[in-house]
Ligand binder design. Structure first.
Ligand code: FMN
Length: 347
């Protein structure tokens, strides 16, 4: 499937929104702090002196624009205290913002606690990356016990635990398994953006030859499969977002936050910190404009605006027995916990 699936999804335009752009409010409370927009600079970096400046800039932009940020995997910082400042800089630059720690879902609860303390994190992301590890010649091969480990971490963590993929998506079956062990925050991080199988093959000079084309779940499908479970989970959407109407579609379907990694990194490498800041500002402006075009004054109103799901995304979801016609009508999220913007679900 090409892209992250959002080119198959269309918002229904409202020519009579009866709203003033000034009224469109995209802020909400998350983890006891206020976000100015439902966006996340997703986990990318840290762990080497050469990348400290990237986390510094990402954090400054997150602070200036009022969006959330996650640091990259903290394994290097847990193993070597000398590189901890490459993560810590993100908290130093954004003392009041929402900052998420990041470790493997196979980490011990003690490591998770240390990663949280390293950056005074508001929450911790546990990443699942089976496809990426398998593509790395030096990667992990044993993934048994991951779910039981997640259960232990959720039970012991003092901050909310967010389980995320890294670009291959989640099925509703995986989503339910996580709910059953107590996970209440999940980032589907689906296929269609950063492709770690391709990256790892290229990194090691191996011939990729599109070997794994038929595996991986697009972001749009992962999100709708997850929402179809009707479970009270705070769902993040990420994977292949480029800003604009794909972000609005994800929020209208029921995602609470949209994460971007590759797109923000490209904006940073092409235009440095200022370029990234301008990109985030533009995405926020486009989000507000698109909300006006569908007649939504706030995020709660946006969730449930009609969307038409077409193409390969529709075909997949129908074959998986998911009712997609309901999304075509206003109010499809009437009884969905995804409309609960009163505060984040607590552990
Ligand atoms: C350069 C780079 C480094 C990443 N490092 C991490 C990481 O350390 N931990 C993690 O959970 N995800 C990591 N990711 C995955 C992203 O957080 C995200 O899940 C994935 O890239 C899909 O989003 P995208 O298509 O917007 O890039 C990384 C992504 C990129 C581009």
């Amino acid at each position: 499937m090409a892209g992250n699936g959002f080119s198959d999804i269309f918002l229904v335009y409202e020519a009579l929104p009866e709203l003033n752009l000034d009224q469109v409010d995209i802020s909400f409370n998350f983890l006891n702090k206020k976000l100015k927009a439902p966006l996340l600079i997703n986990a990318m970096t840290g762990g080497h002196p050469d990348v400290k400046h990237i986390n510094r800039s990402l954090a400054r932009v997150a602070s200036q624009t009022g969006i959330a940020m996650a640091v990259g995997s903290q394994t290097a910082g847990l193993e070597d205290s000398k590189v901890r400042d490459t993560y810590r800089v993100a908290r130093d630059e954004n003392s009041d913002g929402i900052l998420l720690a990041n470790v493997s879902a196979l980490s011990s609860p003690v490591m998770v606690k240390e990663a949280i303390e390293m950056i005074e994190a508001d929450g911790v992301q546990l990443h699942l990356n089976v496809a990426q590890e398998l593509a790395m010649s030096e990667g992990d091969r044993n993934f048994s016990g991951t779910l039981a480990n997640i259960e232990k971490i959720v039970a012991l963590s003092k901050v909310p635990v967010i389980v995320k993929e890294v670009g291959f998506g989640l099925s509703r079956e995986t989503f339910k398994k996580m709910y059953d062990v107590g996970v209440r925050y999940i980032d589907v991080s689906g296929q269609g953006g950063t492709d770690f199988i391709r990256i790892e093959y290229m990194r090691s000079g191996r011939d990729y030859q599109e070997k794994f084309q038929n595996i991986g779940i697009s972001t749009a499908i992962s999100l709708i499969e997850s929402l179809s479970t009707d479970l009270p989970i705070f769902v993040f959407a990420s994977g292949g977002f480029t800003g604009g109407s794909d972000v609005v579609c994800a929020l209208a379907l029921g995602a609470k936050l949209v994460g971007m990694a590759g797109h923000f990194l490209r904006a940073f490498t092409q235009g440095s910190e200022q370029g990234l800041k301008e990109r985030v500002d533009t995405i926020i402006e486009d989000l507000r404009h698109t909300m006006l075009m569908v007649g939504a004054a706030n995020l709660k109103e946006l969730t449930g605006k009609p969307l038409v799901i077409t193409g390969k995304t529709a075909e997949w979801l129908l074959r998986r027995g998911i009712d997609i016609n309901k999304y075509s009508y206003p109010g499809h999220a009437e009884n969905c916990s995804c409309r609960d913007y009163g505060g984040a679900i607590q552990k």
